[in-house]
Design a protein around this ligand. Structure first.
Ligand SMILES: *[C@@H]1O[C@H](CO)[C@@H](O)[C@H](O)[C@H]1NC(C)=O
Ligand SMILES: *[C@@H]1O[C@H](CO)[C@@H](O)[C@H](O)[C@H]1NC(C)=O
Length: 427
């Protein structure tokens, strides 16, 4: 009898746990909130290195897409078949000259891998489940102007964007798709000229350089590795070996060897540890923060513009996708004050959601998610809001005020707009 009761208790407990986890998954927002628009920033998925370690054989990684290789996604074959039907008309020049999926038996430099494609098919499917199936962001017969798609001119960002889009809208109609080309990794089109931003960046690079000089263990490690591959230390360092080593590490390919020895895990650890130290000092010294405020302003300004049009009832650009790089996401995270956020890994995603309160239709709120985690109340413009308000989101006005004014106040100068802040004298 006792045994039976315990069994029932366990059963009840299991049911309760299942219910709690289900509600966590599906109670995305209070029921009286309506999802109005979604703005997605991604870093491309896993890629082949951009640099080679001098005088070593580059890692042999296959960038073709095949079903019997891990990682796999059930939509992989359908994705390939759908991509082969795509036409140049869906892409702004020069994107139309890029391949729509990776396809080299030995990856080219910087090419997206199968892992990278699968990562974004998964991202797309996740967004589909939440935004389309649950919150009906788009009608079934969605139209071309309800999407806004933009990517830099690299094959890995275009292909990542396509994989996410395919996961989000499987078998989409090619005639309704148009990817715009963004020449700048900051997505600052039309407002890229900003001398003060460049000055912040120069100072930040100087800081990085000085920190590196102080780290004798790092210097010793680069020296050892240079000896192994038999090139001057300077040349080895310029070849950014950590990029290539990460690829060896992530794809379980052993580090390269020469007659003089092998690059090994200890080298990897020393460089990685330094990177973490560098990120810590970067946060402390705030030069990167200054760079980020100016660097992220144009794209944040564009995003609030899109949100404000949606609050006026316009039905265009309800789903915006920016397929980008670490050097795009990093400044946005930093500018928003998300300083504890981890460096954007491959396939990282940062999402801005716009919601309307059905009970007070003139009120709109935003939520910000980084890799699925709600970080709204960690942003500098909404840090204390939830202590004062029972609302689970941040008023859109907070974000607007931040982008239009407080970003420039945070820079500490007298500038109150982008142009003045970018052209401050005597900085
Ligand atoms: C990594 O490669 C080694 C051999 O090179 C193998 O023994 C090991 O199982 C591999 N690990 C994974 C996770 O594939
Ligand atoms: C900000 O966006 C508005 C339109 O929403 C535009 O008129 C203005 O030029 C933009 N400013 C910058 C600096 O990008």
């Amino acid at each position: 009898m006792l045994f039976r009761n315990r069994f029932l208790l366990l059963l009840a407990l299991a049911a309760l746990l299942a219910f709690v986890s289900l509600s966590l998954q599906f109670c995305h927002a209070p029921h009286h909130f309506k999802l109005v628009s979604v703005h997605v920033f991604i870093r491309h998925g896993d890629r082949y290195p951009l640099y080679v370690i001098p005088k070593t054989k580059r890692p042999e990684i296959d960038c073709t897409l095949v079903a019997n290789r891990k990682p796999y996604h059930p939509k992989l074959e359908a994705f390939i078949s759908h991509m082969s039907k795509g036409s140049g008309a869906s892409f702004e020049s020069p994107l139309n000259s890029l391949p729509l999926y990776p396809n080299h038996p030995l990856c080219e430099m910087g090419e997206l891998t199968q892992t990278g494609v699968v990562q974004h098919l998964q991202n797309g499917q996740l967004l589909r489940d939440i935004y389309l199936k649950k919150h009906k962001l788009l009608p079934n017969d969605w139209s071309a102007d309800q999407l806004y798609l933009e990517t830099t001119g690299k094959s890995r960002t275009l292909q990542s964007g396509l994989a996410l889009l395919y996961g989000f809208l499987p078998d989409f109609d090619w005639k309704k798709i148009y990817f715009r080309h963004q020449p700048s990794a900051l997505f600052c089109s039309g407002s890229c000229y900003c001398p003060v931003r460049n000055q912040y960046l120069e100072k930040e690079q100087r800081r990085q350089y000085l920190l590196r000089l102080k780290n004798s263990q790092l210097e010793k490690t680069y020296g050892e590795m240079a000896k192994i591959v038999d090139v001057p230390t300077k040349q080895l360092r310029a070849a950014n070996p950590i990029d290539s080593m990460l690829c060896h590490f992530c794809h379980n390919v052993s580090f390269p060897c020469t007659r003089n020895g092998c690059v090994d895990m200890e080298h990897f650890k020393v460089i990685k540890t330094h990177q973490i130290e560098d990120e810590r000092e970067r946060r402390e010294k705030k030069l990167y923060f200054g760079y980020s405020l100016l660097g992220a302003h144009p794209i944040l300004n564009q995003t609030i513009g899109r949100m404000q049009r949606a609050t006026e009832g316009r039905k265009e650009e309800l789903f915006a996708l920016y397929s980008a790089h670490d050097v795009t996401l990093s400044p946005v995270l930093s500018a928003l004050g998300l300083s504890e956020a981890r460096f954007p890994r491959f396939a990282a995603r940062l999402i801005f959601e716009l919601w309307q309160d059905r009970e007070k239709p003139s009120e709109h709120s935003v939520r910000i998610l980084y890799n699925g985690v709600d970080v709204t109340f960690h942003t500098s413009f909404c840090q204390d809001h939830h202590k004062r308000s029972p609302k689970p989101m941040c008023p859109l006005e907070n974000l607007v005020r931040f982008v239009k004014r407080d970003m420039f106040v945070a820079l500490g100068g007298s500038g109150t707009n982008y142009y003045d802040a970018c052209h401050r004298e005597g900085f």
